[in-house]
Write a new protein. Sequence first.
Length: 545
Amino acid sequence: MVQGSSDQSALRASIVVPVYNAGEYIESSADSLLRQSIGTDQYEVIYVNDGSTDDSGEKLDKLAAAHPHVRVHHQENSGWPGKPRNVGVRLSRGAYVQFVDQDDSLGMEALERLCALGERNRADVVLGKVAGTMQAPSSVFAENVEVCTADDHPLMESLTPHKMFRRSFLLDNGIEFPEGRVRLEDQLFMARAYVAAERVSVLADYPCYYWMRREDRGNNSSARIGLSYFEDLRKVIHAVKAGTGPGEQRDKMLRRTYRVELLTHVSEARVLSGAPWVQERYETIRELVADEFAPGVAEGLAPLARLRAQLLEEGRLDALMALAERTKEIRPLAEVGRLRWRDGVLSAPLRLALRHADGSPVTLVERDGRLLLDPALLDGVPGLDEWDVGDPLRGAFGRLLLKDRQRPTGWFPDPKGLRVVVEDAGPGRKQVVVTGNLEIDPLVAAGGGPLERGVYDIQASFQLLGIGRSARITGGPPSAPTAAGTTRAGGTAAIPYWTAGGQLALDIGEFYQRMDSVRRRRWAARIPAQVRRPLGRVLRAVKRS
């Protein structure tokens, strides 16, 4: 039975929300869903109540009675979100369908922006930037992308279903969620969608979906992964294979599954946990790899991931554990030079590298035209005295990240500003590093738009030789502003400073700091005329914070 309007006129979008015993989260989520800027005559919200045993059904009926663009469908419990989502798609009347979980919310302009992007590009799938505490900022949303596919954009790095889909695309291709209690149902659905999609768009300059961890952790699965997990993962692999032919496209799409869902279990923390299930899980993973992955999948991995894949396929758990002991000690190094403002852009030389626990750099040995992995990483790894890394730049990257302290989101201010190079590191030695300039333009740093008023911690994330690390940008004296500048939009102040912990941060709009005049001459040339209060007050305020 469906409660709400039965008007069959076409709409631009439908929001589909599966509900089971949502409790207080119905109201907190509904606030953002019911007041979308697109206008209530342009969209609908479809709640599918999956046999709730609390008062969720009554709450939903009240919402439908009070809001003409809300519809509610009540059904017997199916045990999982898959069936409610499928039912919601079939009931929907919008050209596009946006899936939202019962305890999440949307940015107020999300539907308007997503629909405009999808309609402009005739997109089958539209990804909106995800913010929140359930997921770290993803490079998938480093910048807006008008049209792409899984073949030319890292879409497989985003496998949650919190996206917008063209309804006819789902129905015409028979793309549905598996029904019942199936692990990885989201990944299976997304794999089927990505291999079928001819046009995908990415909206990165506005937080569209807020995926927040509940206080009771009710939306955070903590159940230990059983062996059945890997059989469900096999279905995801088969979905990719069903939509692609043998070759690089298929191998590329499967690399994320190999790297994240399989090699993670034989790397560092997990393989070294000492848990009794390590051996059993290792054997299961090895069997799955042998059955499902062509050699090209592993060949395209970054060096250390490729080495782990080799040891896994050779059945060398002891070597994997020894390698994990070495790599867990690797530390990030971020070296930043003098900060300057240049034409409204905060700039400084930046170098990112890897180092051992004793501070020595992670290097490669140059021998007979080959580059061999740092011997220190192979120390104690049985049967492996040297190993050719192949292409040392494969899978390597470096990115700046601005983490908003007031809002649960992060931005990649300069997606293309850093490069990875191989440097000389002494006789017969090479080092892979990230180099370039830290560059932040406050007017375009938020995915192409201006940063909102607030304070942003500046960090770097990078991967070299298949070892991924995050690093704070540090080096300045605690609590000392470095330089101040103003954005060109309305003269809003943008003030970089070193926090009490020595990390570089950027204050937009004088959120914490207020300055009108300069007491110390050595900063006078760097402080613009718009900044007017005593600097001493700033230093005291920063020290207190």
